[in-house]
Design a protein around this ligand. Sequence first.
Ligand SMILES: CC(C)(COP(=O)(O)OP(=O)(O)OC[C@H]1O[C@@H](n2cnc3c(N)ncnc32)[C@H](O)[C@@H]1OP(=O)(O)O)[C@@H](O)C(=O)NCCC(=O)NCCS
Length: 294
Amino acid sequence: MTTPPDSDLTAMQRAVQRTWTPDSHWHIGDLAWQSPSLPDRTVKLWRGSDGEVEAWARLTAPAHLDMHAPPELLPAVLDWFHATTGEVEQTVTAMNSDAELIAALRAAGYQEAAEPFFQHCVRDLDGHLPKPVLPSGYRVRTVEPGELAARAAVHRAAWRPKWIGSLQVPPVDLGDGESGMTTERYAKIADTWPYRRDLDLVVEAPDGTLAASALGWYDDVNQSALLEPVGTDPHHARRGLGAAVSLACLHAMRDAGATLAVVCPRGDDAYPVPRTLYHRIGFRDAGRTVAYRR
Ligand SMILES: CC(C)(COP(=O)(O)OP(=O)(O)OC[C@H]1O[C@@H](n2cnc3c(N)ncnc32)[C@H](O)[C@@H]1OP(=O)(O)O)[C@@H](O)C(=O)NCCC(=O)NCCS
């Protein structure tokens, strides 16, 4: 078992790890991937008598709550959220399988909102796992030391708003901006437990540039693997790179000890491509997120 360093982030990750099941909202890797934005959020921790974090709340302005809490701490977390945000429209994301949280939200006056949602998909890693197949001239490998600028750039290429908008149904013009990923931001992520370079996979194009990427996060306590995120530079789209780099990452996580993999694409009809890709490589739908509003 790897031991994380001490910080609020790792205390939050440990809380998630201690109670993780395939139905869980959060994986330790989600919190690591999202960690660069943590300083911009209001975070509140609830500790038990042993000092361990049992519940946490993470607030996105103006009033959106992401949280992790055992049933007995749900009232305290929601009370804190309501007191902190005041008389504004408040939203909370829950998993559809989290009956206690949903009951607490309904009791507090929340109603389900018809919004885009994330569909958690799972795949066993102990059975047959197809080998990645790449077009001629491409190769898949781990990211190399000193390659963070190129690694951040291939992520940016896949997440360019114009391209994301073109994959929507119907297509949406999201403008000419850039994804917020920078080399510095990627370096922070690569410095965050439990990042492992052997689970950070890229596809190299015939000209030596990076064409696609997949980042894996392994929880060695629960032997669970999270794929987050996957991206292909649109110049190389639809050649099987997204599927191949995802499979290569799943092989690496299985080699590390993972028996189950999770990936969380959008599940609503407006952004269907990633979920289609993951279903093609053996993932099946599990729980989904639901937005609640009051
Ligand atoms: C999703 C993404 C990674 C797919 O990458 P890709 O290398 O083009 O995908 P592949 O060529 O491996 O496609 C695998 C399957 O996914 C589906 N697919 C991929 N792109 C598609 C598209 N534009 N329209 C419809 N289906 C598509 C198809 O079923 C495809 O199989 P097929 O070509 O044999 O029909 C890429 O579009 C991307 O980076 N998107 C933006 C970032 C993103 O949304 N990442 C996923 C976050 S969870």
